[in-house]
Design a protein around this ligand. Sequence first.
Ligand code: FES
Length: 374
Amino acid sequence: MTDNTTDHNKGEGAEGPDRVIGTPSSAEGDRLVASSADPHSEHEGPFPAEETHARPEEMQRKGEKVAAAWFTLAFLGGIIFFVGYFAFSSTEIAEPRIAQYSNVTLGGGLALALFGIGAGMTVWARRVMPHYDVSTPYDELPSSPEEKGSFGDFFMKGAAESGFTKRPLMRRTLLLAMAPLGLAPIVLLRDTGPLPGDTLKHTLWKKGMRMVVEGTEREGEATWIRAEDLGNAPGGMISALPYVQPTEEHPHGLSLNEQAKTVILLIKVGEDEWKPGMTEQQLNWTHDGIVAYSKICTHVGCPAALYEQGTHRILCPCHQSTFDAADGAKVVFGPAHRPLPQLPITVDDEGYLVADGDFSSPVGPTFWDVEKED
Ligand code: FES
């Protein structure tokens, strides 16, 4: 179908240019338009279905079979896609050669399915549907109720003319071809992995875990942090991680994911600098003026790595969320709407700073079941 505007297609009595919808007649089309000797003659459209079935019945039947063959091929393409998806497990796919087979079957199957449906529909439109020009005045919007009603009639008649209801073989094979394609996105959801459960709400931090400055441990010798490391003057800040025995796989003891979830800011606040917003419990979670907060911004998870010593404000460089370390890391500016979670801390028998449990709330960006806090 094409849209064009031609003078010879102006409707009778219509003002201004007309919009012409229809397929320009080809030499073959000229021969096939049964209702008129002149392929450019005007029609009042929409046409009753029986008047516009200009294709010879034999051609329509043949077209139906060819379209059905394409749709069947498309169905097979959909099946190949599914077989390719389930035939190779996620562990096998790590092997480049297997990944190649998987890509070929997934891509090839999907391409065949989409191409088959497209080709079948093209045959359907060219061999089964009638071709004619429809001329209608190019009126102002919005449409009147009559126009809306006439569009409804036109749509229903178009459906009748298309052969969709009259040609069961073509209709059924088209629906068959669409079925695997419709299911494909649902199956692919499987790749989003298992539900996270409560893993988003907890980190590795446990009671008694010592902390280190990232990268300071050498050959098993860790430099654990003591309270004195933050000095006696308020304003000191250290970025720290929980200490976990290094392994060959993780020389720093933690995977990158674990580091991202557990990293904290240790900040020293003067005794008279705490703000009234700090609850009794939050003060109990501090040690000798040292407070620990998650370093991961509660907006969308950037490291809130900038610290303003004089005001005890923690700044996230991504979108400028600002948190007040002396006030329970409440948001004082920016798009974050949750304070940075606080890590309860204390010291162990040897004077090293240790965690006294996990964070007060889930770290990082807020997700579906995290309650908003003030
Ligand atoms: S990620 Fe921190 S303000 Fe957006």
